[in-house]
Structures are given as structure tokens and as C-alpha cells.
Ligand binder design. Structure first.
Ligand code: ATP
Length: 219
């Protein structure tokens, strides 16, 4: 019975650092999908990018400060407790074993990350474990490359209701109400240049970055 099945979301990322684009998307996703909870999971070692300048532990601390007491959002440290590259398929397998076969498990990613999904570790396995919801991001509207189209097109559904009828296997592109052009790259650039990051980050995250002297150019 889909009405009573648990609805669990996962939003992974480098969160280098967490910003309001992540957090507002997370809140809107939580509400749009009527999730029971959304696990926000920093990667210990993101497989497809260089090593972040700030440690995984520091990124987790910033994420925790950013979430604060926001209902439904969880700063989940499970990838920090695993060695080696942080593959989402392994993380979803862990979550699936915790929530059981009937739960609706949703992996959410932004459109920029989605464009590289066919290069991820075991992309087919992701759909055996979860649904994929792709969040629109300003500036990213490119047509899908052929390998990605082959991976997702036959899984596409048109509504959240249809997606939630099954525990996993669907793909839904979703435009959330507050499209925000904020990126962590831009936040880091501002910090390195000594410019203000006010209104890009939650205040406690801004304070923690300042107090820790993080993301300064000479580090
Ligand atoms: P960077 O600029 O360093 O690449 P980022 O801002 O894209 O970082 P990530 O930690 O890589 O942040 O993002 C984690 C997830 O959140 C990804 O799926 C990404 O697409 C998504 N995301 C990031 N920023 C936004 C935003 N402003 N709106 C919607 N989704 C976002």
C-alpha cells in the first residue's frame, strides 16, 4: 500500500560548503515528495572530482550547522565511516537494508550531477535500489547525452504519485519552486577573494567558516 510505505530521500554531495541552494532544494524536495526524512550525505571521497580543500569532517560539521533544527533533514555521516571512494550505489544499498523492501527510496541529484550519471559506479544498480529525482538547476538545460538517455528514458514517469507507487526504478525530472543559481564553487570563489558570502549561506555556516579560517586563499 503506497500510502503507508515509508518515503526516504537521499541527497548526496560534496557540500564544500553547504549553501542555501542545497538547503532550500532539500526543504522543497522533502515537502514535494512528502518524505518521512531526507538524508543529506557528504561524500568522504567524491569519486569524480578532486579532493576538496576542507576535510570531510569539517564539511559534515558545516552541513550539521546549516541544517540546524530544520524538520525532516538529517546530516548523515555514513560515507565518512567507509573507506575508499564514496559510491552512491553502496550508500543506497545501506539505506535500503535499513528501511526494508517496501519503502520508497529516492536519490535526488541536481541536473549538473545528473549529466555525468552514466559515468558513475554501477549506474544500473542505482535503479534497483532507488528512484532518481533530478532537480533542475539554472543554467543547465542541455539535451541528454546518448548513454544517459539509454539509462533513464524508459524509466521516466510523469508525476510524483506514479513514482511513489513503486519502491524503486523510476526517473522523474522535477522543477522545484525556488530555482537558485548558488553553487559551492561560487561560494569558494567569494571566500578566496575576501568577498561577502552573506545570503548565500545560513548564518551559522558563515560564522563557522569565519571562525575556522576555512576556504582562505593561502591554505
Ligand atoms: P560545486 O560548485 O563545488 O560543484 P555544488 O554547489 O554543485 O558544488 P555539490 O555538493 O556538488 O554542490 O551538490 C550536491 C548536490 O546538490 C548535487 O546533486 C547538485 O547538483 C545539487 N545542487 C547543488 N547546488 C544546487 C542548487 N543551487 N539547486 C539545486 N541543486 C543543487
Amino acid at each position: 500500500m503506497s500510502q503507508t510505505a515509508l518515503r526516504i530521500g537521499m541527497l548526496g554531495g560534496t557540500f564544500d560548503p553547504i549553501h542555501l541552494g542545497h538547503l532550500r532544494s532539500a526543504v522543497e524536495l522533502y515537502e514535494a515528495l512528502s518524505l518521512d526524512r531526507l538524508h543529506m550525505i557528504p561524500a568522504q571521497q567524491p569519486p569524480l572530482r578532486g579532493r576538496p580543500q576542507v576535510s570531510a569532517k569539517q564539511r559534515l560539521a558545516l552541513l550539521t550547522a546549516g541544517i540546524g533544527d530544520t524538520p525532516g533533514l538529517i546530516a548523515d555521516d555514513r560515507e565518512l565511516r567507509r573507506d575508499g571512494p564514496s559510491y552512491s550505489a553502496d550508500t543506497l544499498a545501506e539505506l535500503r537494508s535499513e528501511v526494508g523492501d517496501k519503502a520508497r527510496l529516492v536519490m535526488a541529484i541536481g541536473y549538473d550531477a545528473f549529466l555525468r550519471l552514466a559515468q558513475w559506479h554501477q549506474p544500473e544498480r542505482l535503479f534497483e535500489l532507488a528512484h532518481l529525482v533530478v532537480i533542475a538547476r539554472p543554467g543547465y538545460g542541455y539535451p541528454l547525452p546518448a548513454p544517459l538517455r539509454e539509462l533513464v528514458e524508459h524509466r521516466r514517469v510523469d508525476s510524483i504519485e506514479t513514482l511513489m507507487q513503486q519502491p524503486c526504478g523510476g526517473y522523474l525530472p522535477l522543477e522545484l519552486p525556488s530555482l537558485m543559481a548558488i553553487s559551492a564553487t561560487y561560494v569558494r570563489e567569494c571566500l578566496e577573494a575576501g568577498k561577502s558570502v552573506r545570503y548565500l549561506l545560513p548564518d551559522p555556516v558563515e560564522r563557522a567558516i569565519e571562525q575556522g579560517g576555512l576556504y582562505r586563499q593561502c591554505e
